[in-house]
Each structure stands twice: as structure tokens, then as C-alpha cells.
Design a protein around this ligand. Structure first.
Ligand SMILES: Cc1cc2nc3c(=O)[nH]c(=O)nc-3n(C[C@H](O)[C@H](O)[C@H](O)COP(=O)(O)O)c2cc1C
Length: 249
């Protein structure tokens, strides 16, 4: 299979960088094709705005969705967006490798969604969720956090991890992707902020790298997170009352 790793970290020697390398090496060793979108290294501009669009459909008022669709239809999308879309089209599996920043995606990766997932091209009103353009492909978030695992339990101080991941998982599913349970490495906080003694911390990172290397070969076939789809929703996009997931005690 072809794998795209969208790598979002400003420092190649970071732990995120190490996890990206583990993925490249492990997947290549298994015979998979691997491509990396190194967003910082490639200088990706994450800020959507009028400067990206020459020949606007409306030169007076910048409406991002209209301009995205217009540029897509005219094959006039910015070069970096076209490059990222081509990478997505080639991929069977997409790995998002990023640190949790402010309880969510780093702005660079959020902006990658804003600019690359083009309205009228990668999604539309009739082309989303289980009718999405990227249907048949898989995606997984490989995330690191500073706080330890307990902070992300249901009543933990960092917030429930499933809830924090929802905007990203929902966005991936919106595009039609099948979403795997995330790979989360907690407590990646070295230096003066560390929660552990140095030796123990190093061991924690090594075992996290080994765990990722072990899981990577399973991603092609592992079960994905079940989502409801068009056939489950009423005309407002809400689960039908008789749907089993609507059940309440
Ligand atoms: C801007 C910023 C925001 C952060 N926000 C969070 C956060 O909300 N929760 C958390 O657990 N860690 C947070 N951290 C810590 C990072 O998640 C942690 O440093 C990173 O996962 C470590 O991986 P790295 O060594 O590859 O950078 C934040 C760090 C930065 C720089």
C-alpha cells in the first residue's frame, strides 16, 4: 500500500520526528511506499486567505468556500494545495503525526485541513461522510502529549482524549476516510518539565517507539472506528429515533 505521513513538528529531532522515522522505516521495510508531507520543512502556508487566489470568482468579497470551488473547477488551485491533494489521492493510508498543542491540532496541521481539503473537490454537500471523496482509504492520528495518561481519562484534568480527538476524527470521516483508533504517547515531556526521572523517561520513549513499530504492520487490516452514516440519519442529520445508537437508559 501507499502511505502518506503528514508530519507536523518544527523540529526534526523531536520525539515526533523519531516516531515519523519509525513509521517510514517500518513501513518501507514491509514493502510499502511511503511519502512524507513535512509541513514545517516544506514551508507549508497554513493560513487560508485571498492571497492564494488569483482570478477570483468574487474580487470584492472573499468567501473561502466559493473561491476553493472555483479554483478547483478551473484547475487553478495553489501549487502547494495541488501537491498535497495529489499525495492524498496516491495514499491508501494517511498517518497524521503531531504533538497535542492546546488540546488539539497544532495550527500548522489545522491549516493543512483548511487549505488542502478543498470544497467542491474533496468534499461537498453530497460528497461527505460515508459518501466522501476519500472513501476506501484509511487514516490514523499518531499523537504525543506532554501530560501523563491519567490527565486524559474521563474526569482527568486534560480532558477526555476521545473528546479531544473528535474534531479531527470527525473531519477525517467527513472526507470519507476510515479512521483507526489513534496511537497516543502520553507524558512526552522531557527536560525541566518532566514528570519522571531521566532514565525512566528515556525508557518510556523507547518503549513507545517499539509499540508504534509493532502496531504499524496491523494498520492495513485492523478494525476502524464505527461511525453512523447517511442511512442512519433523518433529514436533519440526526440519528433516526429507532436507531440502536439512539438508545438511552
Ligand atoms: C504550544 C504548545 C501547546 C501544548 N499544549 C499541550 C496540551 O494541551 N496538552 C498536553 O498534554 N501537552 C501540551 N503541550 C506539550 C506537547 O504536547 C509535548 O511537548 C509534545 O507532545 C512532546 O513531543 P515532542 O518532543 O515531539 O515535541 C504543548 C506544547 C506546546 C509547545
Amino acid at each position: 500500500m501507499n502511505v502518506l505521513i503528514a508530519f507536523c513538528h518544527p523540529e526534526p529531532h523531536s520525539f515526533n520526528g523519531a516516531l515519523k522515522e519509525v513509521a517510514v522505516e517500518t513501513l518501507q521495510r514491509q514493502g510499502h511506499g511511503v511519502e512524507v508531507s513535512d509541513l514545517y520543512a516544506e514551508g507549508f502556508d497554513p493560513v487560508e486567505g485571498p492571497a492564494h487566489y488569483a482570478g477570483r470568482v468574487d474580487p470584492d468579497t472573499f468567501l473561502p468556500l466559493n473561491e476553493q470551488r472555483h479554483a478547483f473547477d478551473r484547475q487553478a488551485l495553489p501549487d502547494d494545495v495541488q501537491r498535497e491533494i495529489a499525495r492524498l489521492e496516491r495514499a491508501d493510508l494517511i498517518i497524521l503525526q503531531f504533538p497535542l498543542w492546546w488540546h488539539g491540532l497544532p495550527a500548522m496541521l489545522k491549516g493543512w485541513f483548511d487549505r488542502v481539503m478543498v470544497y467542491g473537490g474533496l468534499y461537498s454537500g453530497s460528497m461527505r461522510y460515508d459518501r466522501g471523496h476519500l472513501a476506501g482509504k484509511r487514516a490514523i492520528c499518531s499523537v504525543t502529549t506532554g501530560s501523563p495518561a491519567a490527565a486524559f481519562t474521563r474526569h482527568g484534568r486534560g480532558g477526555d482524549m476521545a473528546t479531544l480527538m473528535w474534531p479531527t476524527h470527525c473531519s477525517l470521516y467527513y472526507l470519507g476516510l476510515e479512521v483507526l483508533a489513534p496511537q497516543v504517547v502520553y507524558g512526552v515531556q522531557g527536560g525541566g518539565l518532566s514528570y519522571q526521572a531521566e532514565g525512566e523517561f528515556r525508557e518510556h520513549l523507547e518503549s513507545a517507539k517499539a509499540g508504534w513499530a509493532q502496531r504499524l504492520p496491523t494498520l492495513e487490516d485492523a478494525p476502524t472506528i464505527p461511525f453512523s452514516g447517511w442511512q442512519d440519519w433523518d433529514e436533519h442529520g440526526v440519528l433516526e429515533a429507532e436507531h440502536p445508537l439512539s438508545w438511552r437508559p
